[in-house]
Design a protein around this ligand. Structure first.
Ligand code: PLP
Length: 376
């Protein structure tokens, strides 16, 4: 049996998304910037996708900037806003796309940074955030909606309210939650948000930046005038169409998918708790109301087989991750695990689910883990 439980790294393309993209790979190939009919056909498809995404988020089309994914959306925003904001408030639990970008901006002295305190369960200390805002009002606050390693969800309304009180601006990295949670941005005090299609069953290498009207960014690229001059370069036509389709499909079944996927996650929590003595769950990941229903980060007790755990799971056909896929290859624990003081003697396995998984797969995983874990 092959069980793919690494959906926080990437998801499978939906067949309907592939079908929607196919004409734009096979026959519609005009450059969207060309004024002739072939170009206009491509432009129309891009604008339709933009309109659909904007409608789903409750914003206007011109507030959606197409990018090559989450990382580019984050860089366009964070690097582009430094002429307006020179103090950032963020956390050490951010994805490297955010974390390293902020460290870079700090290093080249474009910004100073306050790193907010983290609670022992990996949540952002609201007290620390309030204090940081009181010390540095009018800052840019940069926080992720759903943590890609431990699954913690940010209390978005509370954070956006706090930013409002201190006249601060908020950027949200929603790469893990877009398409999985109903994001209604119309009434939120959010100036920018990043999303990436391959995390919600769309194609890889495409994403978007939501940029609230009147938020001024300097362009970090020099080139053509595409995407309000913020992302110069010919648009990824077929992928943009695919992303629009994927978000539409995901949005239409959010509640149903959530209920189904959450039941799989609960099954795994129960199964692992019954099978492995002293299993723990990182962050708020086992609390279904405070974490993403798509992710469970398990912490296995020290064991001679821990080094081989992922390898053995792979041999059994089970694809999971030790931490962040983007941070794989690193020998030491990820910066997130270090920030939450995870015991390095314990082994972390990130299970991340999609609607393509089944209860039979979860039962298989529990059975195999028991075999692997107690094989000696
Ligand atoms: N932000 C988060 C929370 C992520 O999980 C990822 C990817 O794993 C990114 C940003 C980067 O997105 P992309 O790979 O589309 O550049």
């Amino acid at each position: 049996m092959q069980v793919y439980l690494d959906n926080a790294a990437t998801t499978a393309l939906l067949p309907e998304v592939f079908d929607a993209m196919a004409p734009y790979l096979k026959k519609v190939y005009g450059n969207p910037s060309s004024t002739h009919s072939a170009g206009r056909e491509s432009r129309a498809a891009i604008e339709l996708a933009r309109k659909s995404i904007a409608h789903i988020l409750g914003v206007t089309s011109k507030e959606i900037i197409f990018t090559s994914g989450g990382t580019e959306a984050i860089n366009i925003f964070l690097q582009g806003i430094t002429s307006e904001y020179n103090h950032f408030i963020s956390s050490r639990l951010e994805h490297p796309a955010v974390y390293r970008t902020i460290q870079y901006l700090e290093k080249i002295k474009l910004v100073t940074v306050t790193w907010v305190d983290i609670e022992s369960d990996g949540s952002i200390s609201m007290d620390s955030l309030s204090k940081s805002l009181a010390q540095h009002p009018k800052s840019l606050v940069v926080l992720m909606h759903g943590n890609n390693e431990i699954g913690n969800l940010l209390p978005l309304d509370e954070v956006s309210g706090l930013c409002d009180n201190y006249n601060a601006t908020l950027f949200v990295d929603a790469v893990q939650t877009t398409g999985h949670y109903p994001l209604s941005l119309a009434n939120e005090n959010i100036a920018g948000l990043s999303a990436s299609a391959h995390k919600f069953h769309g194609p890889k290498g495409v994403g978007f930046l939501y940029l609230k009207e009147k938020t001024k960014l300097n362009n970090i690229y020099q080139g053509g005038e595409q995407e309000r001059m913020l992302r110069a370069g010919t648009e990824n036509l077929a992928s943009i169409v695919g992303m629009g389709k994927a978000l539409e499909i995901m949005q239409a079944s959010i509640d149903k998918d959530k209920a189904y996927i959450e039941s799989l996650k609960k099954l795994l929590i129960l199964g692992l708790s019954d099978t492995i003595n002293d299993i723990q769950f990182n962050g708020t990941s086992a609390k279904t109301d405070q974490s993403m229903y798509t992710l469970l980060s398990a912490s296995f007790p020290p064991h001679p087989n821990n080094d081989m755990l992922l390898f053995n799971l792979d041999l059994a056909g089970i694809q999971v991750s030790a931490g962040s896929a983007c941070a794989s290859g690193a020998v030491s624990e990820s910066h997130v695990m270090q920030a939450i003081n995870h015991d390095p003697e314990r082994a972390t396995v990130r299970f991340s689910f999609s609607k393509n998984n089944t209860p039979q797969e979860i039962e298989y995983v529990i059975r195999k883990i028991k075999e692997i874990y107690y094989q000696d």
